[in-house]
Structures are given as structure tokens and as C-alpha cells.
Ligand binder design. Structure first.
Ligand SMILES: *Cc1c(COP(=O)(O)O)cnc(C)c1O
Length: 961
């Protein structure tokens, strides 16, 4: 045999991961290039990307590694994390994720690759799951309306502060925080309060509200229930007094404790916030977990974040969709209730399912077990002569050991247990669902105490105060009772997942959202215990693997973006924006330029930009967008002139939100710098730049990235995300830091943006793995193919729909906007009709009406192969022909497949009265019957649901119809 000799090294390399990640192979790329008239990827991007911004050199990143190698490296990192039994508490607890939920939600692409449910007809599964979450939170907190998740407990409390100020009667005065709140919550609140001019007063409220504070006026009060120390106090009198002062009262509550304790709603609270982490979501060194907020009825329409509600579809059937979206930053911009966009949907689904699986009695058993462990532990300590600070507690004790706290904590660590050293004299000990007998013995030994669990069990009673025992029913809805067996649970999860369209079914061509491959190799480490079971405040020497991974990721993201320093703490893009703007603010103030508060934002910007600017204490001035989609240069210069002395920053997205490489970006940056302003480059579109251009080099001072867009963290149906903030050196002293982990940021930093020092650390292995698997060259080719695919689609669709904006060489960047407005005008077929008709063709619609109303923004990403790109283009072209039939009158204006889309299987039964056939309705061109995706509901009436706001599981009789 005379085969060519291949070296072992080459054979070992196997198929490079790049070929798994990038959809179109060489042959397909060649075809696509030919279609748009280019000879190579390099030639294409040399034309598309303006010379002034092009990177001079290749990315200085380590060579690509194979999937096997990267998994091995990650195992090595995991081995350098030490998992001790965590009894640190402070809002993070050990929890047992039911494997049926772990495998069928957290590790299931049907759930984790889904998009935010903006197209509700193809999102009924996750919307129902979120409604379960809302119902669970609302009932446990005793408040009627809960949102569909916030980013974490600290930011939820900060949002409650903002809400209190917005809706409360008292407009002046202070925000009063009880000293027994979680320290990280207090710190996040202080970060958020300062720029908006809110004064936060932290005081011990156990004896009531001090008179001198009451005199100053109080617009809001925050209590922790149970307290950070573990103390369970009856807050009724305090709440009553706060209400007398006109304050809005927020109770930060522990959901597990609430299964036994009187709910905040019943105690009189107006708002409840917290985290659902201990409902089956691994600690993950700090996140991601779903924060929550529930409110009294009058506040429902002012809730921050997303809210799922019940409405009806075209047949009058019950259907879910996001409610009251008009409150959101997409529409309200600087007047929005919050900047939250990406939240924590996947984790909210998990927590909700934990309650579905356990039901109220199962949750109560877990709570009682946890409480009993704490009780036995307490009795043993007391019998051994250790003083406990509180008599009433749920799961957490504070022990007083004068001068010996460090010694006790060290002894426990020797025994494999992390306790919390509060100060030199106090030790905190938290029990949870995973606490076991050996742990109690270990803790006693660390205190120098010996005790007998059996004996104590026989004599220890529950110690919750009688006046606070919960007496009402909760989680009475059938969904919390019907899925007790694993078979039932498995099938429920499958039924919901099957209703939804996620990346595991087909392409989700959402402009600005970058729905690319979330590779299994990238996902695997996330659920390894050595990454999942670390407490965020565990000592650094137990987290060496994590800290190495975080440092490497931060450095590599700095390399990719051309900035000097990166913080991965912000847990969504919106939070990265806030962090970046706070850095700008601090920088100006350090230079004595306190008056620099104007933030210029182009009218086409993402809604989070304006909302974040307001939260950073800035004044938003809108800059016009020109006909060509670029920032209107004249208007920009005029506004820079007008606000020269107050100019803080320009926020600009690059490539622009119109999907175009603006050629004047460097001039724009220079003009802002000349006026003494800073340039914030919104990095959500970094998928068009990686390896080709670096915002930190072409004029940006600061950017946020969205790791859940460009760097492969899955969208999870609307979260989690990670929104690192990247800055040039002069802003680095003002990055986020953390009071409980000094190494998490600069001493001079602006304070924490997230509750956890490294934000959603648990999902960082995904982005780390992506960069490692691709290497610098691979990342660059991914960008080039993303640009190729967008231009291929633009070229194919151009004869049928006008492509709104193009840049150099008549090319688009990584996405393109097609204009449906002329067709709507001529035929009455709306953008909604097109989006919903795409469902009949088996697609998720592109981004609708952003940044231009009446248009569709298509972003294919590099991961979709040519066959899928063509299937999409063919569907769009077929829809164009359908629109024509409406235009010519061949199809009725109001009764046609577009207007009636999407069509369900249910709609086929019975009488068919439409002037088009059943086949035309559900099997249009290119749709194979055997592979058909069937939407579960017809078009949903959003306005109906907003008028009749229902945001928890509908009552039983709703199921009869
Ligand atoms: C997605 C996006 C954001 C916000 O990011 P989140 O992670 O959703 O908070 C900001 N700007 C642009 C242009 C975006 O596309």
C-alpha cells in the first residue's frame, strides 16, 4: 500500500473543534463566497471592515486544542478546586439538584438553548415553567405578583430600593437597611444608591426605627428574614412603624424558611426579594441563580424585569406570553422600570421544577430537616458551654467564642467543613438540605464539644417562634401535586420542552442576540461538582482552579477586545453597562469633573443603554440616526458642542445596531475625546469583530461583552448571561470589587455590581472552553464566516426584500435588516404576520422591529450550515410570494395563511372555512410532514392579557375549557 505518511501529531489532532463549531465547510464557504462575489474569507472581510479599525496583528491567544484535550485541562482545573462541606450560609446553601431536573433541564439543550420567549407561540413550555416559578414565589412570599426572575438577591434588593422610590409616597429621605441584612446585599445597594443620589442608612432595627432617622424621612426599609446572623425576629411592629412613616417595606426572605414561617405578605411587607438558589440550583461559586421579587398588587405594573402572564390565542384558548412589555427598557428606555434584559430563566425553571417535584409537603420536610439539624447542633453547642447569640433561628446559628473564632473556623476546615468567621469572636454556622450527621460531629469537635446526636434528637424541639409559624396553605395548584414520581416528572418536563422551539430544532436568526452553537464540551464542566458545589465566599485557597480559569478568561477577553483590564463580575450585559458607566463616572469625579454627567446615546441604541445611564446618575441626550443608519454626524457634533463641559460619555454600538461597520467610528471617538468625554462601545455585536478589530484599540475606553452572545454561553430561554466589563488602563481603578473577597477587584473600585465576587462564575468554563477550543485563528475564522453568512443571506433576500443598510463595499457586518414596511403598506401584511408565518415554515422569527420598526434583523451566526441558511432563505422567499398573493387579491386580505399564522394541529380538525387549503396552511413549501414542528397555540392576544393581568398559575376551572 502506498498511502501518504501522516504524522502521529497530525492524527492526534483529529477533527479540529473549529469544524464542529463553524457550520459551513470549505466547499459551502466557497459557494457562499462565489454567490456574493468574493474569492476568500480574507478578501471579504478586508473589504467589509474599514481599514482604520482593522487589527494590526493576529490575536495573541494560545493554540487551539482538541475537545479531549480541553476537557482534560478543565478536569485539571476542577481538581484544583476543593469541595468542603459548606456551612457558610449568607444566602448560598448546599442543595440537592434532583437528577431528573439536572439531566432534563440543566443539561438539556431543549431548555438551555432556547431564546427569551418573545415569540410566545413557540415558547409555551418555558412560559408555563416560568409561571410555575412566579406562582411558587408569590405563594411562598404571600404577595400576589412575582416576576419571572431577577439576576441575584443583591440586585433584587437594589431594584426594590429603586421601586420603593418610584412608587412610594415619600419622595425624599433615606433608604433604611437593617444591619442584619446580607453584607453583599448592603454593598450592592450602596453601589446602586450613590449615583442616583439616594442615601442609604444601615442601622440595627431590632429595637425599632431610631427617632433621629425617622425624622429625616424614610422612603423605604429593607429587612432580612431570617437575618444574616440567623436570627428570626417578628418584624410586624417594625413594618407597621415603617408604614406610619410612609415607607415602602421590602423583606429579603429565604424561600425554604418561608415554608415554615409566616409569609412577608402576611407580616405586612410590600415587596419580597431573595434568591431561589437553594431550590436545586448548585452554588457554582456564586451563580448563576434566579433572584426573585414579588409585590403587592398596586406595584405589579412597575415590577422590574420580565413578567409572564396568561392570555388567550386566536381560538380563545389559554396561552402564556410576556406581560406588560411596555414597562421594559426596549420601549421606555431612560424611563424604564429597570435596565434588566437578560435575566435567569434557566435557573428559574430549575427552581420552579424543584417545587413542582417536591410539592409543599416535600419542601416542608426539607425545611424541617434543615431546621432540626440546626436545632440539634445548637443544643450540642449549648450543652458544651458555647454561647449562642440568638434563641430563635431557622437554619443558621451565630456562636460566641471570645477571641477563638479564627481557631474554631480553622479546626472545622481541617475536618472538611467551611464555617463563617464573622469577626474575632463570632462564628456563623448554616445548615442546609445536604447537612449530614458527620458534619454536626465535625462542627462540635471544632468547638471542642462532644455530643450525642441520638440523645439530642430525642430531646430537641423545634425552636421557631410560635407567633411566626406559618398557618396558611401554599402551592395548592395541581402542578405542585401531580409530578411526585420520577416518571411523571420526566414526562412533564418532556411535554413542556416539546412545545418549544430551541436551537436543537433549527436556526434562531435573531439579530443582536447571536444564537450560535453552545457546544456540549463547553457545557459539560458546568455540572461537575468541583465547579458546582463551591460557595462564593469559600477561602481562595480552595478555589485555585476557578481563580486560574477566571484570570485566564479575563486576560484572554482583554486580548480579544484590545482593552487592558476585564472584570467578569457583571452577570448580564445590562449590568456590564452599569459597571462601565460607573467607572466612567468615577474617573471624571477623580479628575474633579463632577459636572460631566451627560451621556450621548444614538436613537438606534439598545434600550438597556439609556436605562443603565440613568441608573449611573447620568442625563441621557439622544443623538439622531441618519437615513443611512449611521450616527448623524452633524447632530453628534452639535450635541458635543452644546454639552461640551458636561459631556461624560458617548455610548455607541459597534458594528452599529443596524449591522453595519460604520466608517467614521474613529472620527466619532476622537470628537468625543476632544471634548473630554469617554467612549463606551456596546460590545453586544462583538461577533463581527473578534480577530478582525479591537474596540479598545480603535477608540473605545470601555465596553461590555455578552458572553451569552459572542462566547457561547447558552441563552437558557432568557438567561443566564455574563456581561464582563472591559476597560482601558485609566478606568481600571474603577472596576467592580467586592467587600467579602478583596481579590475580586481593585481597592479603589466602585463596589459590587453583583452579589457574588465573580458573578456567575459557574458558567465561565463555557467561554473559557470556547476560546481554548478555537484558538486565535479559529475565533477569527468564526467571525469571518459570521460575516459571510449574513452577507449571503442579504444577497439571497435582496431581490425579494430591500436590505436596509450596508457599509463598505455594499456589505453588511454579521447581521442584516430587511425592510417589510413597503410590503405592509402595499398589502397590509404586517411584520407580525411574517414572523408568525415563519413558525409554520419551522423557524424562529428574526429580531422584530429593533432597531427600526417594521423591519426584521437577521443574524445567522457562523454555526448554521449552508443547508439551514438556504432553508431559511427559501422560506422567506416563499413567504414573499405569499405576500404577493395577498397583494394581488388572490388571497383575502383578512383571511390568509399569513394573517392566520401560526396554524396548529388542532386548527386542522373539524370544519375548514378558509379560502386556502389545509396543506397550504401547515405544509408550505419545503416543510416535510414527518419533520414538522407544531406550535401548540395560535396567535396570542397580548393586549388582552395586559388588560386582564394574571401572572400565576390559572385556577382549576381555567383547565376545564
Ligand atoms: C443584548 C444586548 C444588550 C443587553 O444585554 P443583556 O445581557 O441582555 O442585558 C445591550 N446592548 C445590545 C446592543 C444588545 O444586543
Amino acid at each position: 500500500m502506498t498511502t501518504h505518511r501522516i504524522s502521529l501529531t497530525e492524527l492526534e489532532r483529529g477533527t479540529p473543534f473549529e469544524y464542529r463549531h463553524v457550520g459551513p465547510d470549505h466547499e459551502a464557504q466557497a459557494k457562499m463566497l462565489a454567490h456574493i462575489g468574493f474569492g476568500s474569507l480574507d478578501e471579504l472581510t478586508a473589504t467589509a471592515v474599514p481599514d482604520v479599525i482593522k487589527s494590526a496583528e493576529a490575536l495573541g491567544l494560545p493554540q487551539a486544542r482538541t475537545e479531549a484535550e480541553v476537557l482534560q485541562e478543565l478536569r485539571g482545573l476542577a481538581d484544583r478546586n476543593q469541595v468542603l462541606a459548606s456551612m457558610i450560609g449568607l444566602g448560598y446553601y448546599g442543595t440537592f439538584t434532583p437528577p431528573v431536573i439536572l439531566r432534563n433541564v440543566m443539561e438539556n439543550p431543549a431548555w438551555y438553548t432556547a431564546y427569551t420567549p418573545y415569540q410566545p407561540e413557540i415558547s409555551q413550555g418555558r412560559l408555563e415553567a416560568l409561571l410555575n416559578f412566579q406562582t411558587m414565589v408569590a405563594e411562598l412570599t404571600g404577595l400576589p405578583t412575582s416576576g419571572a426572575s431577577l439576576l441575584d438577591e443583591g440586585t433584587a434588593a437594589a431594584e426594590a430600593m429603586a421601586l420603593s422610590r418610584r412608587v412610594g409616597k415619600v419622595k425624599q429621605g433615606v433608604f433604611l437597611v437593617d444591619a442584619d441584612c446580607l453584607p453583599q446585599t448592603i454593598a450592592v445597594i450602596e453601589t446602586r444608591a450613590e449615583p442616583t443620589g439616594v442615601e442609604v442608612v444601615v442601622a440595627d432595627l431590632s429595637e425599632g426605627i431610631p427617632a433621629e432617622i425617622a425624622e429625616r424621612g424614610v422612603f423605604g426599609v429593607l429587612l432580612q428574614y431570617p437575618g444574616a446572623s440567623g436570627a428570626v425576629r417578628d418584624p410586624r411592629a417594625l413594618i407597621e412603624r415603617a408604614h406610619e412613616l410612609g415607607a415602602v417595606v421590602t423583606v429579603a426572605a429565604d424561600l425554604l424558611a418561608l415554608t415554615l414561617l409566616t409569609s412577608p405578605g402576611e407580616l405586612g411587607a410590600d415587596i419580597a426579594v431573595g434568591t431561589t438558589q437553594r431550590f436545586g440550583v448548585p452554588m457554582g461559586f456564586g451563580g448563576p441563580h434566579a433572584g426573585f421579587m414579588a409585590v403587592r398588587e398596586p406595584f405589579a405594573r412597575s415590577l422590574p424585569g420580565r413578567l409572564v402572564g396568561v392570555s388567550v390565542d386566536a381560538d380563545g384558548q389559554k396561552a402564556y406570553r410576556l406581560a406588560l412589555q411596555t414597562r421594559e427598557q426596549h420601549i421606555r428606555r431612560e424611563k424604564a422600570t429597570s435596565n434588566i434584559c437578560t435575566a435567569q430563566v434557566l435557573l428559574a425553571v430549575m427552581a420552579g421544577m424543584y417545587a413542582v417535584y417536591h410539592g409543599p409537603e416535600g419542601l416542608r420536610t426539607i425545611a424541617r430537616r434543615t431546621h432540626r439539624y440546626a436545632g440539634i447542633l445548637a443544643e450540642g453547642l449549648r450543652a458544651g458551654g458555647v454561647e449562642l447569640v440568638h434563641g430563635a433561628y431557622f437554619d443558621t446559628l451565630t456562636a460566641r467564642v471570645p477571641g477563638r473564632a479564627a481557631e474554631v473556623v480553622a479546626a472545622a476546615r481541617e475536618a472538611g467543613i467551611n464555617l463563617r468567621q464573622v469577626d474575632a469572636d463570632l462564628v456563623g454556622i448554616a445548615c442546609d438540605e445536604t447537612t449530614g450527621r458527620a458534619q454536626l460531629t465535625g462542627v462540635w469537635a471544632a468547638f471542642g464539644v462532644q455530643a450525642d446526636i441520638e440523645k439530642l434528637d430525642a430531646t430537641t424541639d423545634e425552636t421557631l417562634p410560635q407567633s411566626l409559624l406559618r398557618t396558611d396553605d401554599y402551592l395548592t395548584h395541581p402542578v405542585f401535586h401531580e409530578h411526585r414520581s420520577e416518571t411523571a416528572m420526566l414526562r412533564y418536563l418532556r411535554t413542556l420542552a416539546d412545545k418549544d422551539y430551541a436551537l436543537d430544532r433549527g436556526m434562531i436568526p435573531l439579530g443582536s442576540c447571536t444564537m450560535k452553537l453552545n457546544a456540549t464540551t463547553e457545557m459539560e464542566p458546568v455540572t461537575w461538582p468541583a465547579f458546582g458545589q463551591l460557595h462564593p465566599f469559600a477561602p481562595a485557597d480552595q478555589a485555585q482552579g476557578y481563580l486560574t480559569l477566571i484570570q485566564e478568561l479575563e486576560e484572554r477577553l482583554a486580548t480579544v477586545t484590545g482593552y487592558d483590564k476585564v472584570s467578569i463580575q457583571p452577570n448580564a450585559g445590562s449590568q456590564g453597562e452599569l459597571a462601565g458607566l460607573l467607572a466612567v463616572r468615577a474617573y471624571h469625579r477623580a479628575n474633579g469633573d463632577e459636572q460631566r454627567t451627560v451621556c450621548l446615546i444614538p436613537s438606534s441604541a439598545h434600550g438597556t443603554n439609556a436605562a443603565s445611564a440613568v441608573m449611573a446618575g447620568m442625563k441621557v441626550v439622544v443623538v439622531k440616526t441618519g437615513e443611512d443608519g449611521e450616527v448623524d454626524a452633524d447632530d453628534l457634533h452639535a450635541k458635543i458642542e452644546k454639552h461640551r463641559d458636561e459631556l461624560a460619555v458617548l455610548m455607541v454600538t459597534y458594528p452599529s445596531t443596524h449591522g453595519v461597520f460604520e466608517e467614521h467610528i474613529t472620527q466619532i471617538c476622537a470628537a468625543v475625546h476632544d471634548a473630554g468625554g469617554q467612549v463606551y462601545v456596546d460590545g453586544a455585536n462583538l461577533n463581527a469583530l473578534v480577530g478582525l478589530a479591537e474596540p479598545g484599540k480603535f477608540g473605545g475606553d470601555v465596553s461590555h461583552l455578552n458572553l451569552h452572545k459572542t462566547f457561547c454561553i447558552p441563552h437558557g430561554g432568557g438567561g443566564p448571561g455574563v456581561g464582563p466589563v472591559a476597560v482601558r488602563a485609566h478606568l481600571a481603578p474603577y472596576l467592580p470589587n467586592h467587600p467579602l473577597q478583596p481579590t475580586a477587584g481593585p481597592e479603589t473600585g466602585v463596589g459590587p455590581i453583583s452579589a457574588a465576587p465573580w458573578g456567575s462564575a459557574g458558567i465561565l468554563p463555557i467561554s473559557w472552553a470556547y476560546v481554548r477550543l478555537m484558538g486565535g485563528e479559529g475565533l477569527k475564522r468564526a467571525t469571518q464566516v459570521a460575516v459571510l453568512s449574513a452577507n449571503y443571506i442579504a444577497k439571497r433576500l435582496e431581490p425579494h426584500y430591500p436590505v436596509l443598510y450596508t457599509g463598505p463595499g455594499g456589505l453588511v457586518a454579521h447581521e442584516c435588516i430587511i425592510d417589510v414596511r413597503p410590503l405592509t403598506k402595499a398589502t397590509g401584511v404586517s411584520i407580525d404576520d411574517v414572523a408568525k408565518r415563519l413558525i409554520d415554515y419551522g423557524f424562529h422569527a428574526p429580531t422584530m422591529s429593533f432597531p427600526v420598526a417594521g423591519t426584521l434583523m437577521i443574524e445567522p451566526t457562523e454555526s448554521e450550515d449552508l443547508a439551514e441558511l438556504d432553508r431559511f432563505c427559501d422560506a422567506m422567499i416563499a413567504i414573499r410570494a405569499e405576500i404577493e398573493k395577498v397583494g394581488t387579491g388572490e388571497w383575502d386580505k383578512d383571511d390568509n395563511p399569513l394573517r392566520n399564522a401560526p396554524h396548529t394541529a388542532g386548527a386542522l380538525g373539524g370544519e375548514w372555512s378558509h379560502p386556502y387549503s389545509r396543506e397550504e396552511a401547515v405544509f408550505p413549501a419545503g416543510v416535510v410532514a414527518a419533520e414538522k414542528y407544531w406550535p401548540p397555540v395560535r396567535r396570542i392576544d397580548g393586549a388582552f392579557g395586559d388588560r386582564n393581568l394574571v401572572c400565576s398559575c390559572p385556577p382549576l376551572d381555567a383547565y376545564d375549557g
